[in-house]
Design a protein around this ligand. Structure first.
Ligand code: CTP
Length: 400
């Protein structure tokens, strides 16, 4: 792929060097363009050494005007990392006062923006409005993560890891539209079960796996409803988001959307128990020991399994031991066609992490392994397995 990397003027510009290096290692042809401000953080020589090409820093050079139209035409994708608040504002308004902003306007290919900035700047309504505008116009956003920022604060605004940006770009450029005509109903994230008006029971699910599946399914042509518990992720574009908090709310949202669904993916980490009668007032620290009485929540997957019809049903299982046996048991007892099982007690994989490693088990007894890899890549592999299973089930129907 021919990739134009636009480097904006933020401290995260140093991470763009790793991004450019990785893109090169993966066989892409990379041209770098830097804003004047980016040059204050990293020297063009860094990028020129990594790409073996002259870095574009100006619209006008001593040799004459740079052909921004030719650069725009010659590249398949424009990746801006870090996309600063200033750059996004300029892109949203159509300002063209340097090479990168001018090329953005002239660019007709796919655009990926990886924002990075201080948390307050990121959360400012102006930045969020610019982000929505750009997303609406088709830019693909690699959301910043939460973490320790250069301004010595914790919060959202940290540039996504270079490997995640590469994965995003490669996934975006895949053009398979094999889920056109399918209606996905996907659940993601944890649920929160109230103990009193301010406390709740929940789990460590980040929602990243379910959101990656929703994003990939939408890009592969499906129409997608994403029922999500509370997470701090930007919903993927082209996906209808239904936000819920509790298992009961998730159940209702799933049942409300079940009739149209042709493929159901139950990735959410639903709480198994809840407090049926939540006190109106805050629980006070009066007794030496506090016992909570918990009732079981509805098993949404099992209920969908009972009403399955000819829908394709994919469950998930989070296990700490006996992965495959437990997964198989859950798949059969909940009437799933496929079950994706992941061991959740491994450092850097599964819950909260950007990476995952899973076993994909299908009703016919076939098992596939995916990862360890980024969750976007795992999402693609899960969808590939769903596509295969759909083919097999159709062949069985046709021969019946
Ligand atoms: N699930 C659900 N509703 C629940 C509990 C689980 O829909 N109340 C779904 C999950 O979304 C997942 C699958 O069931 O697709 C398996 O979830 P998991 O928590 O691994 O299994 P449980 O059936 O809850 O069993 P256990 O917690 O005993 O392992």
């Amino acid at each position: 792929m021919r990739i134009l990397v636009g480097v904006g003027g933020g401290i995260a510009a140093y991470k763009a060097a790793e991004l450019v290096r990785t893109l090169g290692v993966r066989g892409h042809e990379v041209q770098v363009a830097m804003t004047r401000a980016a040059g204050e953080f990293v020297r063009p020589l860094t990028f020129a050494s990594l790409t073996g090409r002259k870095v574009i820093t100006d619209l006008f050079s001593e040799e004459g005007p740079i052909e921004h139209i030719a650069v725009a035409r010659d590249n398949d994708v424009l990746v801006v990392a870090p996309a600063t608040a200033d750059l996004m504002a300029k892109f949203a308004c159509g300002l063209a006062d340097d090479f990168l902003t001018t090329t953005f306007l002239a660019f007709t290919g796919k655009v990926v923006l990886a924002p990075a900035m201080n948390s307050a700047m990121w959360l400012h309504p102006a930045t969020q409005a610019n982000l929505s505008t750009l997303e609406r116009r088709g830019c693909s956003i690699v959301s910043p993560s939460d973490g320790w920022l250069a301004c010595r604060e914790m919060g959202p605004g940290r540039l996504a890891e270079p490997a995640a940006i590469v994965e995003h770009v490669e996934a975006l450029m895949r053009t398979k539209r094999d889920f056109e005509g399918e209606n996905f109903l996907i659940t993601a994230g944890p649920t929160q079960e109230a103990l009193d008006p301010i406390r709740y029971i929940s789990n460590r699910s980040s929602g990243k796996m379910g959101y990656a599946i929703a994003d990939a399914a939408a890009r592969r042509g499906a129409s997608v409803v994403l029922v999500s518990g509370p997470v701090s992720l930007t919903p993927p574009p082209q996906v209808e988001l239904v936000s819920v908090r509790t298992a009961q709310e998730m159940r209702k949202a799933v049942m409300d959307h079940l009739a149209e669904a042709t493929i159901v993916v139950k990735n959410a980490a639903v709480a198994d128990y809840y407090v049926a009668s939540v006190p109106q007032q805050k629980l006070k620290k009066t007794a030496a020991r506090l016992s909570l009485e918990l009732d079981p929540t509805p098993d949404i997957l099992a209920e969908v399994g009972e009403k399955k019809g000819d829908r394709l049903l994919v469950g998930f299982a989070a296990e700490t031991e006996n992965l495959v046996e437990e997964a198989r048991r859950k798949m059969l007892s909940k009437h799933c066609d496929m079950l994706v099982a992941n061991l959740v007690n491994r450092e850097g994989l599964g819950f909260e992490a950007d990476n995952n490693e899973v076993e994909i088990i299908t009703r016919g007894g076939k098992t596939a392994h995916a990862g360890p890899a980024g969750k976007r890549q795992i999402a693609e592999q899960i969808l590939d397995q769903i596509a295969l299973l759909r083919l097999t089930l159709r062949a069985v129907d046709a021969s019946a």
